[in-house]
Write a protein that binds this ligand. Structure first.
Ligand code: PEP
Length: 256
């Protein structure tokens, strides 16, 4: 029986600072050529900024979508090195906001992530908002509190409808790029908390609608047990997404 809150899974590739236009386009073409359940799963590739146009051209006539890894909230102006949402028009339909590498290495705050999320939405793109606790926070039993404060702060300026249109990526910082994934139980519990927080702040319909992915060392080896769990609506994939066959295995595991 289909759940009354059936959500379409989404698997997104975060290529981080890897690939340029040519090898990025080649990787995108090989992802699009895989046998993937496009009718059931949204598939998104997030190349670095210099590869967005080439990747968008490479997947134009396929169901593969393109996302940006990072945007600034202003539309234009004297912001050297930054990329705005309007600059992605016709190229990308998603953008990540608040990846932990941006929070840790580049000092992004929850308020920055909120501004970016609003800008992404107002440009007609879908935000993928990353949240998650550090290892110290998990060990101190603070995971729920950290998620509550991140989700509240980022989404407090959004309406329930805007919130429902977003994707949240639950990415425990200790699991990103470490080869140490959260257990399916840990991922499911934290994602359940995130949905409860959204229900408390924006109402149950928004909580039922918003898609919440898991991210952190997802691989072909662990994707089945993670993505078969109720409530885990797909994955945000770093390292394994640089290999088309590995990424394809993860996309297939996300199909209901
Ligand atoms: C990520 O970059 O969001 C990520 C989850 O990376 P990895 O899969 O390499 O842990």
């Amino acid at each position: 029986m289909t759940s009354p809150h059936a959500r379409r899974p989404i698997v997104a590739a975060n290529w981080k600072m890897n690939t340029g236009p040519d090898d990025g386009a080649e990787l995108a073409r090989s992802v699009a050529a895989q046998d993937l359940p496009f009718a059931q799963v949204d598939v998104v590739l997030c190349p670095p900024a210099t590869g967005v146009a080439a990747v968008a051209a490479a997947v134009r006539s396929t169901p593969v979508a393109v996302g940006a890894q990072h945007v600034f909230w202003e539309a234009s102006g004297a912001y050297t090195g930054e990329i705005s949402v309007p600059m992605l028009a016709g190229l990308a339909t998603y953008a990540i906001a608040g990846h932990s590498e941006r929070r840790q290495l580049f000092g992004e705050t929850d308020l920055d992530v909120q501004r970016k999320t609003l800008a992404i939405l107002s440009g007609g793109l879908t935000p993928i908002v990353a949240v998650g606790e550090s290892l110290d926070q998990r060990d101190a039993g603070e995971t729920l509190g950290v998620l509550r404060s991140q989700v509240r702060r980022v989404f407090e300026a959004l309406t329930p409808a805007e919130t429902a249109a977003c994707v949240i990526a639950y990415e425990p910082v200790w699991a990103i790029g470490t080869g140490r994934n959260a257990t399916p139980e840990q991922a499911q519990e934290a994602i359940g908390w995130i949905r409860d927080i959204v229900a408390a702040t924006h109402g149950q319909p928004a909580a039922n609608q918003i898609r919440v992915q898991y991210g952190g060392s997802v691989s072909p080896e662990n994707c089945e047990e993670l993505l078969s769990r109720e409530g885990i609506d797909g994955a945000l994939v770093g390292g394994a997404s640089l290999d088309a066959a590995k990424f394809a295995a993860i996309v297939r595991a996300a199909a209901p």
